[in-house]
Design a protein around this ligand. Structure first.
Ligand code: AMP
Length: 189
């Protein structure tokens, strides 16, 4: 099962991706988590990424494309994966398409989890209280939403044209959203 999870920050992508990955026994490949770990460990990549992340901007394409290229070649990803938070630009989407074509494993679903901006801001501020993520402050949240609208939202059309788009409303309870996500996935299992 090879899936991309898209959606604005705070839509619940990470939480839902984890539930689905546990259910199917596949890895959740979250570029955000990999980058946060790199920042925490003070690696060269982490040092480069930190200023972009702190400002709510996207880390350069070459960095995240490299992360995903390596990760999906690992043994545990051979039975499938969910890409959580990647791709976020058209260049990343093209790079993903090329790398998957090379290993002859095309993407099966690009799932877009949609939530209105006003709800997202409330959810992210709430997460800030619980998890203390440094990029969950109000000005950075606004910047991340702007980045999403200008750079990532065009991917909805990109994947619609590719014929793999599935749109799921991200509003409602956690369980409601999970069951909405599971029904299209059951068909490709
Ligand atoms: P996330 O946990 O997915 O919200 O990602 C947190 C931050 O990591 C983002 O605001 C970006 O700065 C960076 N990031 C994560 N994934 C990507 C990506 N695919 N492209 C560029 N930057 C990314």
């Amino acid at each position: 099962m090879r899936i991309v999870f898209m959606g604005p920050p705070g839509a619940g992508k990470g939480t839902q991706a984890k539930i689905i990955c546990d259910r199917y026994g596949i890895p959740q490949v979250s570029t955000g988590e990999i980058l946060r770990a790199a920042v925490k460990n003070g690696t060269d990549m982490g040092k480069k990424a930190k200023e972009y992340m702190d400002a709510g901007k996207l880390v350069p394409d070459s960095v995240v494309i490299g992360i995903v290229k390596d990760r999906i070649r690992e043994p545990d990803a051979q039975k499938g994966y969910i890409l959580d938070g990647f791709p976020r630009t058209l260049e990343q989407a093209d790079a993903l398409k090329a790398m998957l074509a090379e290993i002859k494993t095309p993407l099966q679903i690009a799932l877009n989890l949609d939530v209105r901006d006003d709800l997202l801001i409330a959810r992210l501020l709430d997460r800030a209280k619980k998890e203390g993520r440094p990029d969950d402050t109000e000005p950075v949240i606004k910047s991340r939403l702007d980045t999403y609208h200008s750079q990532t939202r065009p991917l909805i059309d990109y994947y619609r044209k590719e014929g793999v788009l599935v749109e799921v409303p991200g509003e409602g309870t956690l369980e409601e959203v999970t069951s909405r996500i599971l029904s299209p996935l059951e068909k490709i299992k």
